[in-house]
Design a protein around this ligand. Structure first.
Ligand code: GGG
Length: 353
């Protein structure tokens, strides 16, 4: 049998992106040795640092360079010296769009031993997945500014929802629900947003009709956010637009103990391009370089990458090892009330693997 090799493009990016990607690589390497495959890493220095030196977050042919890989492992994008919209639109958003990584799958789970900010919640109460539309919606460059610097100054921004884009994200959500507890919740706001959100509701209804056996619910985003806090046990798969999904996938992990745990898979489900895996969290300038970042989100994102590459057993082992360290007081990082630094946390995951 041929030895399995996977070529991975790493983009540590900015701030704690470097620390957590290095941590994740160490764990994934150990899993590869244990389960008999290899990971060949190529690092790209695309970042705000690069922007400051060259005026570009990544080179002109960057997308073509990473197309050659089996997957992309990304840390974090953003640094205070570069406006956030410049760094995001210079790197993360072009990667998602030009590789057509239209499904952003973000699991939320309360792990055994992790302190939940909600009273009396057990791990079985919080276990859902946010499926975020990743390439259109509210994140558009359509719009502009008028009369800049004058009292009449104005700005507008157009959200773009296509039938193709909305239908395909619904399919991802319903397909995923069929492999889970068979329930999909839609995040809408069709009372206030009168064109795109009624359209979103219609496409959700059409998907519901195509998927008999999957139960559904729909809530306006404001009350849905409240239900995430009050009734996280109501949710299995939550399908949301780009902006709503972005917000919900930070809120969900906060409810489950820490955003430091939350992973994210940017998928092209047809596998025509390399999918990209990243922690949900950003570059965290306040703790960058201190060696105290929680590597769990990057490790879990790495496990999702292994699963995507067909290394299911290794993926499961990595998640189990991570869960073991989260369960013990002495192996938790500061965001989870523990005292471990990034290196100690990695050592604990490696020992558990
Ligand atoms: N880990 C990737 C990262 O840096 N995320 C920060 C961020 O601002 N993300 C926005 C988005 O996911 O659209």
């Amino acid at each position: 049998m041929n030895h399995r090799r996977h070529r991975i493009a790493t983009i540590p990016g900015d701030g704690i992106g470097h620390e957590v990607i290095e941590a994740g690589q160490e764990v994934l390497e150990a899993a590869a040795r244990k389960f008999g495959f290899s990971l060949n890493w190529t690092e790209f220095d695309w970042s705000c640092d690069r922007f400051q030196n060259t005026g570009q977050m990544m080179p002109e042919d960057g997308i073509d360079l990473v197309r050659e890989y089996d997957a992309i492992y990304l840390g974090a994008v953003g640094w205070p010296t570069v406006p956030d919209h410049v760094s995001l639109w210079g790197l993360l958003i072009p990667l998602r769009r030009e590789l057509d990584l239209y499904a952003n799958v973000r699991p939320v789970k309360l792990f055994e031993g992790v302190k939940c900010p909600l009273a009396d919640r057990k791990p079985e109460d919080i276990d859902f997945v946010v499926v975020r539309e990743n390439v259109e919606g509210e994140y558009s460059k359509i719009g502009g500014r008028l009369y800049e610097g004058t009292p009449q100054e104005a700005a507008n921004q157009v959200a773009m929802f296509t039938r193709h884009g909305t239908d395909r994200i619904m399919e991802v959500a319903f397909d995923l629900a069929k492999r889970r507890r068979k329930h999909v919740t839609s995040a809408t706001k069709s009372n206030g947003i009168v064109h795109t959100m009624p359209f979103w509701d219609e496409r959700f209804k059409a998907a519901t009709a195509r998927h008999a056996g999957v139960e559904t619910a729909a809530y306006h985003i404001d009350i849905l956010a409240a239900h995430f806090v009050l009734h996280p046990d109501w949710f299995d798969v939550v399908v949301a637009s780009n902006l709503f999904g972005d917000i919900l996938s930070d809120l969900g992990p906060a409810v489950a103990g820490s955003i430091g745990i939350a992973p994210s898979a940017n998928l092209n489900p047809a596998r025509k391009t390399p999918s990209m895996f990243e922690p949900v969290h950003g570059s965290a300038p306040d703790i960058a370089g201190k060696g105290i970042a929680n590597p769990a989100a990057a490790i879990w994102a790495g496990a999702m990458m292994l699963e995507h590459l067909g290394e299911t057993q290794a993926a499961e082992a990595v998640i189990n090892a991570m869960a073991t360290t989260l369960a013990q007081n002495e192996t938790r990082t500061a965001d989870l009330g523990g005292t471990e630094d990034t290196r100690q946390s990695v050592a604990a995951v490696l020992a558990a693997l």
